[in-house]
Design a protein around this ligand. Structure first.
Ligand code: OFO
Length: 168
């Protein structure tokens, strides 16, 4: 079993993961509109991964005999002034999610909920990787500046990536 407090916090995070999926799908749409298929591919993959994160929370609540309660998901932003602004938003978003995961981990320690604490370790590692990936792309974009061929190359690079994760 899980406590009411933990259950409600897990359900809240489940919603955040699905919001992330929605946000990244909106970012993918922005790139589709610009015909930057590689960037769009990268965000489609991010969106799928966030969906998988949401399902991990769903599965964990079910396994612990808790009650899944799906919340309303806000509409994400649909326009950005530049590609760099979009990626900066994406990094800020991941940092916010890291903060939520940290708070949840702290709550699980305070509640002496060791199963939830262990479950969250995967997300702590995942957040380090996700923030690093976005940061790397931001650095490349800063280097590229207004250079169109640089942007074309980065689009090709991001287009060659494929999804690797699966729901357990
Ligand atoms: Fe991008 O993060 Fe989920 O957790």
């Amino acid at each position: 079993m899980i406590s009411e407090k933990i259950q409600s916090a897990l359900n809240e995070q489940l919603k955040e993961e699905f919001f992330s999926s929605y946000l990244y799908l909106s970012m993918a749409a922005y790139f589709e509109e610009k015909n930057l298929k590689g960037f769009a591919n990268w965000f489609r993959i991010q969106s799928q991964e966030e969906n998988m994160h949401g399902l991990k929370f769903f599965n964990f609540i079910v396994q612990k005999g808790g009650k899944v309660s799906l919340k309303q998901i806000d509409a994400p932003k649909i326009d950005w002034k530049s590609i760099l602004e979009l990626f900066t938003d994406s990094l800020k978003h991941e940092q916010k999610i890291t903060g939520y995961i940290n708070n949840l981990t702290e709550l699980s320690m305070n509640e002496k909920d060791y199963a939830t604490h262990t479950f969250l370790q995967w997300f702590i590692t995942e957040q380090v990787e996700e923030e690093a990936n976005v940061h790397e792309i931001i650095q490349k974009l800063e280097m590229i500046g207004d250079n169109k061929s640089g942007l074309y190359m980065l689009d090709n690079e991001l287009g060659s990536m494929s999804a690797t994760s699966a729901v357990e």
